[in-house]
Design a protein around this ligand. Sequence first.
Ligand code: ATP
Length: 236
Amino acid sequence: MLDVRGLSAAYGQHPALNEVSLSVGPGEIVVILGANGAGKSTLLRAIAGICEGRVSGQVMLNGASLTALNSDQIVEQGVALVPEGRAIFGDLTVKENLLLGAYSARARADEGQNLERVLNLFPKLIERQTQIARTMSGGEQQMVAIGRAMMSAPDILMLDEPSLGLSPLLCRELFQNLAVVKDLGIGVLLVEQNAKQSLAIADRGYLLENTRITREDSAAQLRSDPSVQKAFLGAN
Ligand code: ATP
Protein backbone atom coordinates (compact mmCIF):
# COMPACT_ATOMS: atom_id res chain seq x y z
CA MET A 1 0.00 0.00 0.00
CA LEU A 2 2.84 2.41 0.88
CA ASP A 3 5.54 2.07 -1.72
CA VAL A 4 8.77 4.05 -1.45
CA ARG A 5 11.15 3.91 -4.41
CA GLY A 6 14.64 5.35 -4.62
CA LEU A 7 14.05 7.98 -1.94
CA SER A 8 17.10 10.17 -1.33
CA ALA A 9 17.57 13.22 0.87
CA ALA A 10 20.42 15.62 1.53
CA TYR A 11 20.96 18.59 3.82
CA GLY A 12 23.13 20.93 1.77
CA GLN A 13 26.10 18.82 0.63
CA HIS A 14 25.43 16.23 3.34
CA PRO A 15 23.55 13.10 2.11
CA ALA A 16 21.16 11.72 4.76
CA LEU A 17 19.25 9.13 2.73
CA ASN A 18 20.41 7.20 -0.33
CA GLU A 19 18.07 5.46 -2.79
CA VAL A 20 15.85 3.93 -0.10
CA SER A 21 13.09 1.60 -1.28
CA LEU A 22 10.57 -0.08 1.00
CA SER A 23 6.94 -1.08 1.25
CA VAL A 24 4.30 -1.40 3.96
CA GLY A 25 1.13 -3.40 3.36
CA PRO A 26 -2.28 -3.06 5.04
CA GLY A 27 -2.19 -4.38 8.60
CA GLU A 28 1.54 -4.92 8.39
CA ILE A 29 4.06 -3.69 10.98
CA VAL A 30 7.40 -2.83 9.42
CA VAL A 31 10.31 -1.72 11.56
CA ILE A 32 13.35 0.29 10.45
CA LEU A 33 16.38 -0.42 12.58
CA GLY A 34 19.41 1.80 12.46
CA ALA A 35 22.03 3.48 14.58
CA ASN A 36 21.96 7.16 15.54
CA GLY A 37 22.36 9.34 12.47
CA ALA A 38 21.61 6.53 9.98
CA GLY A 39 18.80 8.59 8.46
CA LYS A 40 15.74 7.08 10.14
CA SER A 41 14.02 10.34 11.07
CA THR A 42 14.89 11.80 7.67
CA LEU A 43 13.18 8.82 6.01
CA LEU A 44 9.91 9.30 7.91
CA ARG A 45 10.01 13.07 7.51
CA ALA A 46 10.64 12.75 3.77
CA ILE A 47 7.64 10.42 3.38
CA ALA A 48 5.49 12.84 5.44
CA GLY A 49 6.59 15.82 3.34
CA ILE A 50 8.26 17.66 6.24
CA CYS A 51 11.95 16.98 5.56
CA GLU A 52 13.93 20.24 5.64
CA GLY A 53 16.46 18.81 3.17
CA ARG A 54 16.38 18.26 -0.59
CA VAL A 55 14.34 15.14 -1.38
CA SER A 56 14.13 13.04 -4.55
CA GLY A 57 12.51 9.71 -5.41
CA GLN A 58 8.99 8.32 -5.37
CA VAL A 59 6.46 7.81 -2.58
CA MET A 60 3.24 6.06 -3.61
CA LEU A 61 0.15 5.30 -1.54
CA ASN A 62 -2.36 2.86 -3.00
CA GLY A 63 -0.87 3.46 -6.42
CA ALA A 64 -1.10 7.28 -6.28
CA SER A 65 2.01 9.43 -6.06
CA LEU A 66 2.49 11.57 -2.93
CA THR A 67 5.72 13.04 -4.24
CA ALA A 68 4.47 16.48 -5.27
CA LEU A 69 2.11 16.91 -2.31
CA ASN A 70 2.63 19.07 0.78
CA SER A 71 2.44 17.64 4.30
CA ASP A 72 -1.26 18.49 4.82
CA GLN A 73 -2.16 16.83 1.54
CA ILE A 74 -0.15 13.74 2.51
CA VAL A 75 -2.14 13.47 5.77
CA GLU A 76 -5.27 13.92 3.67
CA GLN A 77 -4.21 10.97 1.50
CA GLY A 78 -3.84 8.78 4.60
CA VAL A 79 -0.27 8.90 5.93
CA ALA A 80 0.18 10.12 9.53
CA LEU A 81 3.41 10.65 11.47
CA VAL A 82 3.95 10.56 15.22
CA PRO A 83 7.20 12.56 15.41
CA GLU A 84 10.08 11.89 17.76
CA GLY A 85 9.49 13.56 21.11
CA ARG A 86 5.70 13.31 20.71
CA ALA A 87 5.11 17.01 20.00
CA ILE A 88 1.76 17.24 21.70
CA PHE A 89 0.30 20.61 22.70
CA GLY A 90 1.05 20.73 26.42
CA ASP A 91 -1.30 23.57 27.31
CA LEU A 92 -4.31 21.99 25.61
CA THR A 93 -6.49 19.24 27.02
CA VAL A 94 -6.26 15.65 25.87
CA LYS A 95 -9.47 15.98 23.89
CA GLU A 96 -8.32 19.22 22.24
CA ASN A 97 -5.08 17.49 21.23
CA LEU A 98 -7.01 14.57 19.77
CA LEU A 99 -9.40 16.82 17.83
CA LEU A 100 -6.44 18.72 16.34
CA GLY A 101 -5.52 15.47 14.62
CA ALA A 102 -8.82 15.50 12.77
CA TYR A 103 -8.15 18.65 10.75
CA SER A 104 -8.09 16.94 7.36
CA ALA A 105 -11.32 16.84 5.39
CA ARG A 106 -10.90 13.08 5.25
CA ALA A 107 -11.05 12.93 9.06
CA ARG A 108 -13.42 15.81 9.88
CA ALA A 109 -16.36 14.08 8.29
CA ASP A 110 -16.08 11.17 10.73
CA GLU A 111 -14.66 13.07 13.70
CA GLY A 112 -17.02 11.51 16.25
CA GLN A 113 -16.41 8.01 14.95
CA ASN A 114 -12.65 8.51 14.86
CA LEU A 115 -12.65 9.83 18.44
CA GLU A 116 -14.62 6.77 19.53
CA ARG A 117 -12.13 4.51 17.78
CA VAL A 118 -9.17 6.23 19.45
CA LEU A 119 -10.81 6.04 22.89
CA ASN A 120 -11.51 2.34 22.27
CA LEU A 121 -7.84 1.89 21.45
CA PHE A 122 -6.74 3.84 24.54
CA PRO A 123 -9.52 3.41 27.13
CA LYS A 124 -7.27 5.12 29.70
CA LEU A 125 -7.84 8.39 27.84
CA ILE A 126 -11.61 8.25 28.32
CA GLU A 127 -11.60 9.78 31.79
CA ARG A 128 -8.56 11.97 30.96
CA GLN A 129 -10.17 13.93 28.15
CA THR A 130 -10.27 17.22 30.10
CA GLN A 131 -6.77 16.84 31.59
CA ILE A 132 -4.11 19.34 30.47
CA ALA A 133 -1.74 17.26 28.34
CA ARG A 134 1.54 18.40 29.91
CA THR A 135 0.42 17.11 33.34
CA MET A 136 0.31 13.55 32.02
CA SER A 137 3.08 10.97 32.32
CA GLY A 138 5.39 10.25 29.37
CA GLY A 139 3.51 7.06 28.51
CA GLU A 140 0.16 8.82 28.60
CA GLN A 141 1.50 11.65 26.43
CA GLN A 142 2.70 9.05 23.93
CA MET A 143 -0.84 7.63 23.86
CA VAL A 144 -2.18 11.12 23.12
CA ALA A 145 0.37 11.60 20.33
CA ILE A 146 -0.55 8.28 18.71
CA GLY A 147 -4.24 8.97 19.30
CA ARG A 148 -3.92 12.35 17.58
CA ALA A 149 -2.31 10.74 14.54
CA MET A 150 -5.04 8.08 14.52
CA MET A 151 -7.67 10.87 14.45
CA SER A 152 -6.66 11.53 10.83
CA ALA A 153 -7.95 8.03 10.00
CA PRO A 154 -4.66 6.99 8.38
CA ASP A 155 -4.01 4.00 6.14
CA ILE A 156 -0.38 4.21 7.24
CA LEU A 157 0.80 5.24 10.71
CA MET A 158 4.47 6.16 11.01
CA LEU A 159 6.16 6.46 14.40
CA ASP A 160 9.61 7.87 15.13
CA GLU A 161 11.14 6.14 18.16
CA PRO A 162 7.93 6.05 20.18
CA SER A 163 9.46 4.01 23.02
CA LEU A 164 12.14 6.62 23.75
CA GLY A 165 12.08 7.56 27.43
CA LEU A 166 9.34 5.11 28.39
CA SER A 167 9.69 2.63 31.25
CA PRO A 168 9.90 -1.08 30.28
CA LEU A 169 6.29 -1.54 31.38
CA LEU A 170 5.04 1.39 29.28
CA CYS A 171 7.13 0.16 26.34
CA ARG A 172 5.35 -3.18 26.49
CA GLU A 173 2.00 -1.39 26.60
CA LEU A 174 2.99 0.81 23.65
CA PHE A 175 3.96 -2.16 21.48
CA GLN A 176 0.74 -3.97 22.43
CA ASN A 177 -1.17 -0.88 21.31
CA LEU A 178 0.60 -0.95 17.94
CA ALA A 179 -0.48 -4.56 17.53
CA VAL A 180 -4.07 -3.35 17.98
CA VAL A 181 -3.54 -0.64 15.34
CA LYS A 182 -2.32 -3.38 13.01
CA ASP A 183 -5.48 -5.38 13.72
CA LEU A 184 -7.51 -2.40 12.48
CA GLY A 185 -5.88 -3.00 9.06
CA ILE A 186 -3.60 0.03 9.32
CA GLY A 187 -0.03 -0.34 8.06
CA VAL A 188 2.56 0.67 10.67
CA LEU A 189 6.03 1.97 9.78
CA LEU A 190 8.08 2.10 12.93
CA VAL A 191 11.53 3.55 13.49
CA GLU A 192 13.02 2.11 16.66
CA GLN A 193 16.15 1.58 18.66
CA ASN A 194 14.31 -0.90 20.86
CA ALA A 195 14.95 -3.74 18.44
CA LYS A 196 13.90 -6.58 20.68
CA GLN A 197 10.37 -5.44 21.43
CA SER A 198 9.73 -3.90 18.03
CA LEU A 199 10.84 -7.05 16.19
CA ALA A 200 8.59 -9.08 18.50
CA ILE A 201 5.48 -7.36 17.11
CA ALA A 202 6.75 -6.57 13.58
CA ASP A 203 6.14 -8.60 10.44
CA ARG A 204 9.18 -7.37 8.54
CA GLY A 205 12.16 -5.16 9.08
CA TYR A 206 14.80 -3.18 7.22
CA LEU A 207 18.26 -2.28 8.37
CA LEU A 208 19.19 1.31 7.59
CA GLU A 209 22.92 1.84 7.83
CA ASN A 210 24.71 5.03 6.94
CA THR A 211 21.86 6.39 4.72
CA ARG A 212 21.20 3.08 2.86
CA ILE A 213 18.97 0.04 3.32
CA THR A 214 21.41 -2.84 3.74
CA ARG A 215 18.95 -5.64 4.44
CA GLU A 216 15.27 -6.54 4.33
CA ASP A 217 13.94 -9.63 6.06
CA SER A 218 11.12 -11.10 8.12
CA ALA A 219 11.09 -9.95 11.74
CA ALA A 220 11.61 -13.56 12.82
CA GLN A 221 14.77 -13.91 10.70
CA LEU A 222 16.16 -10.59 11.94
CA ARG A 223 15.39 -11.47 15.55
CA SER A 224 17.29 -14.74 15.38
CA ASP A 225 20.25 -13.45 13.36
CA PRO A 226 23.42 -13.22 15.51
CA SER A 227 24.79 -10.21 13.59
CA VAL A 228 21.53 -8.28 14.13
CA GLN A 229 21.50 -9.31 17.75
CA LYS A 230 25.03 -8.01 18.14
CA ALA A 231 24.30 -4.69 16.42
CA PHE A 232 20.81 -3.90 17.66
CA LEU A 233 19.57 -6.21 20.38
CA GLY A 234 22.43 -5.92 22.84
CA ALA A 235 21.25 -2.89 24.72
CA ASN A 236 17.70 -4.10 25.06
P1 ATP B 1 18.74 9.61 15.46
O1 ATP B 1 18.34 8.26 15.90
O2 ATP B 1 19.98 10.10 16.13
O3 ATP B 1 17.63 10.63 15.43
P2 ATP B 1 18.42 9.17 12.64
O4 ATP B 1 18.78 7.83 12.10
O5 ATP B 1 16.99 9.47 12.85
O6 ATP B 1 19.24 9.43 13.95
P3 ATP B 1 18.49 11.57 11.08
O7 ATP B 1 17.92 12.41 12.15
O8 ATP B 1 17.64 11.26 9.91
O9 ATP B 1 19.07 10.22 11.66
O10 ATP B 1 19.82 12.29 10.57
C1 ATP B 1 20.62 11.80 9.51
C2 ATP B 1 21.74 12.79 9.24
O11 ATP B 1 21.22 14.02 8.75
C3 ATP B 1 22.52 13.15 10.48
O12 ATP B 1 23.88 13.28 10.12
C4 ATP B 1 21.96 14.49 10.91
O13 ATP B 1 22.92 15.27 11.57
C5 ATP B 1 21.56 15.11 9.59
N1 ATP B 1 20.39 15.99 9.73
C6 ATP B 1 19.17 15.63 10.18
N2 ATP B 1 18.31 16.68 10.16
C7 ATP B 1 19.01 17.73 9.67
C8 ATP B 1 18.69 19.10 9.38
N3 ATP B 1 17.46 19.60 9.58
N4 ATP B 1 19.67 19.88 8.90
C9 ATP B 1 20.93 19.41 8.67
N5 ATP B 1 21.28 18.13 8.90
C10 ATP B 1 20.36 17.30 9.40
